[in-house]
Ligand binder design. Structure first.
Ligand code: IMP
Length: 422
């Protein structure tokens, strides 16, 4: 059962791209299963940085077929830009395919994302890429899928939905309507460029499973942004957990071998919503500057704080991690002491588990244990025993609190800067 899943254990931006890029080396297939171009994976190859929003990180390994699964939402303009920029750097892109069941992010989704967000009092801080409105249409069974571009149904579907969307734009928001003919001709052009990439990825995957191929399911976003189990409503609109991986790729849970949770050595969050260990102070600023914590999709400064083991343990439970990949441990070098959150309290009472209510979460305070820090530069460490004792103790604390082993420790942005734990 050679299917592994890699997902984020916190609020996204854990460095999944680097882990996927490193582990993807021996993989026949890399499949992204959810979300759209709200993601941003930064990967470094030969000193050069690539930021991918839509394409799987494994795209740089040309022997792995890259599939964008049925659970994704696709903005074809962004897709074509990413293909063009990879090709401009000499990368082959002929191994990239999209499920004919994935939904299209249409121009009205992007406009409505901003308009709905502008109207809310409890702003989510969305990426304004049309993600929420696109998934809303999918579940209302009003969505347009990539396969509709191929089977001739697109013009009629667009005509029907655009009427309602234009009513919303003009009557509710006082905006100009969108023009049917220009969207249609734009999508006719897009179709010519992408039609050979739109396939029944689910059949392809079943054939791959039958041949015992290695498959890596690539998550975007993360645990606390999950539509069901995250800090709703301050979440994205998809299921970035391991279970979402099987749904969004069309692979039965019975094939899953490893579930790898990627966790940063401290916490960050982009957008609004509760963040119990947030350090809105000089320490948070230090983490932001040392860890270069600025959104790769929107450029927004990320909110920063200490590692939250309540979140990590919850992520282990909901996802069933078989192991954790720890990233950015090198960023913590130079701290005399490092607080780790081991529990939450509300008005002096201990809270057990992860509260469903964001009001409780917003009022909760962190219970910290303080770990001794280390001064050494760890960016060239190759084994656990190369790490300073206090860095090893930090890792052990994470393992004992969650009951999950850490099998991979990233100590720098470069492809080769990691420790594989046997
Ligand atoms: P949306 O996915 O654009 O609707 O945004 C919903 C929330 O999820 C916002 O707080 C975003 O900042 C956050 N979000 C979405 N994608 C990512 C990601 O890849 N990393 C971090 N935060 C994300």
């Amino acid at each position: 059962m050679p299917v592994d899943i890699i997902v984020g254990a916190q609020w996204g931006d854990e460095g999944k791209g680097k882990i996927i890029d490193t582990l993807g080396v021996n993989t026949d297939y890399v499949i992204r299963f959810g979300g759209g171009n709200n993601a941003g994976h930064t990967i470094k190859v030969d000193g050069e940085s690539f930021i991918l929003h839509l394409l799987p990180s494994g795209v740089l390994h040309k022997h792995s077929k890259c599939l964008l699964g049925a659970g994704m939402v696709i903005d074809f303009k962004v897709f074509l830009q990413e293909i063009a920029s990879l090709e401009a750097c000499g990368f082959d892109t002929e191994h990239i395919f999209i499920s004919s069941r994935a939904h299209l992010i249409m121009p009205y989704h992007i406009i409505l994302d901003s308009l709905w967000e502008g109207q809310r009092t409890d702003k989510i801080g969305t990426t304004k890429r049309g993600i929420g409105p696109c998934y809303s249409d999918k579940y209302a069974r009003l969505g347009i899928r990539t396969g509709d571009l191929l089977d001739g149904s697109f013009p009629e579907k667009l005509k029907n939905i655009l009427k309602t969307k234009n009513d919303i734009l003009t009557k509710i928001f006082n905006e100009n309507p969108l023009d049917y003919d220009s969207i249609l001709s734009e999508y006719n052009e897009i179709t010519q460029k992408v039609s050979h990439r739109i396939i029944n990825t689910e059949t392809e995957v079943q054939n791959a499973l039958a041949k015992n191929k290695n498959i890596l399911l690539e998550g975007a976003q993360a645990m606390m942004l999950d539509i069901d189990y995250g800090s709703y409503p301050y979440v994205t609109s998809s299921s970035p957990t391991a279970a979402g991986g099987t749904v969004g790729s069309g692979i039965s849970p019975r094939y899953i071998r490893k579930i790898i949770g990627v966790c940063k050595a401290y916490s960050t969050r982009v957008g609004e919503g509760p963040f119990v260990t947030e350090q809105n102070n000089a320490q948070g600023e230090w983490l932001r500057s040392k860890g270069s914590e600025y959104g790769s999709t929107t450029g927004r400064p990320r909110r920063c704080g200490w590692l939250d083991l309540v979140v990590l343990r919850y992520a282990c439970e909901i996802n069933g991690f078989t192991e954790i990949a720890l990233t950015k441990l090198d960023v913590l070098s130079g701290l005399k002491e490092i607080p780790i959150c081991v529990g939450y309290e509300l008005e002096g009472e201990k809270i057990s588990g992860m509260p469903a209510s964001v009001d409780i979460l917003a009022g909760a305070s962190a219970v910290y244990e303080t770990m001794p820090g280390w001064n050494e530069d760890i960016s060239n460490c190759k084994t656990l025993s190369d790490l300073p004792g206090n860095a090893r103790r930090y890792i052990e604390k994470m393992e004992t609190h969650t009951g999950c082993p850490i099998r991979f420790v990233s100590v720098g942005a470069g492809r080769e800067q990691f420790i594989a734990v046997e």
